[in-house]
Design a protein around this ligand. Structure first.
Ligand code: BGC
Length: 736
């Protein structure tokens, strides 16, 4: 290893000392990342690493190959700089947690942190030292396939869980064994792609960008995230990968981020496809000038940066800044001290703790959307037979969801198996798959399904989407249950027995056409490796459902974007001022139809609101109060309420605090989540739940793009969903 690494002490000094030794070629090498084929170290990589032309690889997960690549970097390159080895560890590595959207439903930062830790430790056994997660794009469009990877629609929920994920991946000290660098992505605005079409254009006014889309990234940076990835999309006309406003003004000047920015896959060369540049050389120029420090899976930097420097168009100090950003991360990871991986020094893959973490995450992520006549929980003592029907009852791969390159499908425990082992021989469990997959339009087996439904005490229908229907580039224009599933529900209804739907999906689906046909719905997202046992324990009441929706469920796709933190508008709809297309007189005057912000052919409310989620307990909220009704700027108010469990089972509840700023210099949302907490409440117990709210927590970016908390009236609500009506009020007054 180079001598200059031993003397200088601080990270900055070490990086600088190394930088001084580097040739331009070696510097540019640190700004390049290439895809590595799995299973061997191809010659082109070895050659590039030897000559210092490559600083990072992705998608190699064989520890021997990674160690060999590191050996070439450390022993055979002139300066011995180790490699960053990247991989998408999005919701687990071998042991798969629920999809991130499901994890968000748990409202539990501890379990999200733990899930990321499991993923980091498992990935680290292969030599991977950098994950491309968390994905923290605010997602308010269920058509977008990548909503599955996101933490939902809410700024606060996404920000807090983003921080938890970063902490889980990176741990307290990046150089600890099993800690890996995290990457907050995709910077920024990607979740706002037009009509939910992946990669499409985004147009976001700056106040909205700052108040909504950027905030989770700022939170991740404050939590020490090592890297950021740019978005594929253009933002207000400038592709994110060439966007100086985002990458310089906001990220570096305002937030003082000192990690590095990686492009998305080949997104530098795509600047040409966007129509921003004429060729790869100009794309390299735009990206490097904007502030992209590393190119992923492309050759614009390796082919053109040197020439751009020689021509004087790109300054060497610009290159140095980028390289310093990369070197800092490598030093923090302890790669210079420990470039090689010995898997035996790390916990075994899929150990008991990993499986327990996956199970708890799945248990807490399932949302009970409805439960008519308390059909759930089922009681194994009272049932003789159960019909298990549907394409996702016994689909070990599908339950893992999107982005599971390394997931071990053999570890999956399906609901079908879990139900069998939970009820044992006490209950006769009959199974008909009924459909080959979720998209099938072949109904030949529906008669068999109906027959077992008729002969059983209750039917559990396992519906939803296969994993391939969500994720990157897997957007849908119609988000009903695919294939003939609605018809299957209708047929099963004919049996006249209670029907419970368990839905596994990568997005909120429009359930309007089945919601009244079933007695209960458990929404399980794609619940991961341990989805089966979690679902079985919830169905049979071993545990109570406690998940809360992290995204609004529209009644129909045309309502999108529909989210809880909408603006009031000048003509808000209410039950008194809306008409319905079925009831209107065709000769009625235009103004009689309700002059309000709504659609004539559906309700103005969603099917299920953000934060909704039922329980087997009976929760009652009362006595909301503000510790003071007048708060000076710079102070804190405590908002509290009593939560009583009037039911007869102990359960967790995710308590939510919402606030509205009534008057401001830009219009503010009708409700914003300002706090959430998972609490455990025993039957008959009353707990006091308190949230501290500092006046800074109520700040926003106004017309002049400055962050401000404006004195004035505020409303605050506490409850079990965004529809809570339990309200108090307070006023913020000037500190002078
Ligand atoms: C995705 C990124 C991902 C990268 C590497 C891209 O297509 O947009 O989120 O990290 O591929 O796999």
């Amino acid at each position: 290893m180079a001598d200059q690494m031993s003397n200088p002490t601080t990270i900055e000094e070490r990086a600088k000392a190394l930088l001084q030794e580097m040739t331009l070629t070696e510097k540019i090498g640190q700004m390049c990342q290439l895809n590595a084929s799995e299973g061997y170290a191809p010659d082109y990589l070895a050659g590039d690493i030897q000559s210092g032309r490559l600083g990072s690889v992705l998608n190699v997960v064989e520890v021997n190959v990674v160690n060999e690549l590191q050996r070439i970097a450390v022993d055979e390159s002139r300066l011995g700089i180790p490699l960053l080895v990247g991989r998408d560890v999005i919701h687990g590595f071998k042991t798969i947690m629920p999809i991130p959207l499901g994890q968000a439903a748990s409202g539990n930062p501890d379990s999200v942190r733990e899930g990321a830790r499991v993923g980091a430790l498992e990935a680290a056994t292969t030599g991977v030292n950098w994950t491309f997660a968390p994905m923290i794009d605010i997602s308010r469009d269920a058509r977008w396939g990548r909503i599955a990877e996101s933490l939902g629609e809410c700024v606060l929920l996404t920000s807090e869980l983003a921080v938890a994920m970063v902490e889980g991946f990176q741990s307290d000290d990046l150089s600890e064994p099993g800690a890996i660098a995290a990457c907050a992505k995709h910077f920024a605005g990607y979740g706002a792609v037009e009509s939910g079409r992946d990669y499409a254009t985004t147009n976001i006014p700056e106040t909205k960008l700052r108040n909504v889309y950027l905030r989770p990234f700022h939170a991740a940076i404050n939590a020490g995230v090592s890297t950021l990835m740019t978005s594929f999309s253009d933002l207000n006309g400038v592709p994110a990968t060439g966007n100086e406003f985002l990458l310089r003004q906001v990220l570096r000047d305002e937030w003082e981020f000192d990690g590095f920015v990686v492009s998305d896959w080949d997104s530098i060369r795509q600047l040409q496809v966007h129509g921003l540049t004429e060729n790869d050389k100009e794309s390299a120029f735009e990206a490097v000038t904007a502030g992209v420090d590393m190119e992923m899976a492309g050759d614009a930097y390796s082919s053109h940066l040197a020439e751009l420097v020689e021509e004087g168009r790109v300054s060497i100090s610009g290159i140095d800044t980028a390289v310093m950003n990369v070197l800092r991360t490598k030093i923090r990871l302890g790669l210079f001290e420990k470039p090689f991986t010995d898997p035996d020094e790390l916990p075994p893959i899929a150990n008991g703790w990993a499986m327990e973490t996956a199970k708890l995450a799945a248990l807490q992520s399932v949302v009970m959307l409805k439960n008519n006549h308390a059909v759930l929980p089922l009681s194994a003592d009272k049932l003789d037979s159960v019909a298990v029907i549907g394409p996702l009852a016994d689909a070990p791969y599908q339950q893992l969801g999107t982005w599971i390159f390394d997931g071990d499908v053999d570890l999956s425990v399906t609901p079908m198996h879990a139900i069998h082992s939970l009820v044992g021989s006490d209950v006769d469990v009959r199974y008909v798959r009924a459909m080959e997959n979720s998209r099938s339009k072949v109904s030949a087996a529906f008669d068999d399904a109906l027959e077992i439904a008729r002969d059983s005490d209750v039917t559990i229908l396992f519906l939803g989407e296969e994993s391939i229907l969500s994720g990157e580039a897997h957007s849908r224009a119609d988000i009903n249950l695919p294939g003939d599933q609605a018809e299957l529900v209708r047929r099963i209804r004919e049996a006249g027995k209670p029907v419970v739907a368990v839905i596994q999906a990568g997005r909120p689906l429009t359930l309007t056409n089945i919601v009244d046909q079933v007695d209960a719905i458990l929404y399980a997202w794609h619940p991961g490796t341990m989805g089966g046992p979690a679902i079985a324990e919830l169905l049979f009441g071993i545990e109570s459902p406690s998940g809360k929706l992290p995204a609004t469920f529209p009644r129909m796709v045309g309502q999108i974007p529909i989210y809880y933190s909408q603006k009031n508008s000048g003509k808000p709809p209410s039950w008194d001022n809306v008409a319905h297309i079925d009831n209107i007189d065709s000769r009625a005057p235009q103004t009689s139809l309700g002059m309000a912000a709504f659609h004539l052919d559906t309700c103005f409310t969603p099917l299920f609101a953000f934060g909704h989620g039922l329980s087997y307990a009976a929760f009652d909220y009362q006595h909301i109060r503000a510790s003071s009704h007048q708060i000076r700027l710079g102070n804190t108010v405590t908002i509290s309420a009593e939560l009583t469990n009037n039911g007869n089972v102990a359960a967790d509840e995710v308590v939510q605090l919402y606030v509205r700023d009534l008057v401001a210099n830009v219009t503010r949302p009708v409700k914003e989540l300002k706090g959430f907490r998972r609490v455990h409440v025993e039957p008959g117990e009353t707990v006091m739940v308190e949230f501290q709210l500092h006046t800074d927590d109520l700040s926003f970016y106004g017309r002049n793009m400055q962050r401000v908390t404006e004195p004035g009236e505020f409303h605050a609500w506490i409850g079990g969903s965004s529809e809570t009506q339990l309200k108090t009020e307070f006023r913020i007054v000037d500190s002078t």
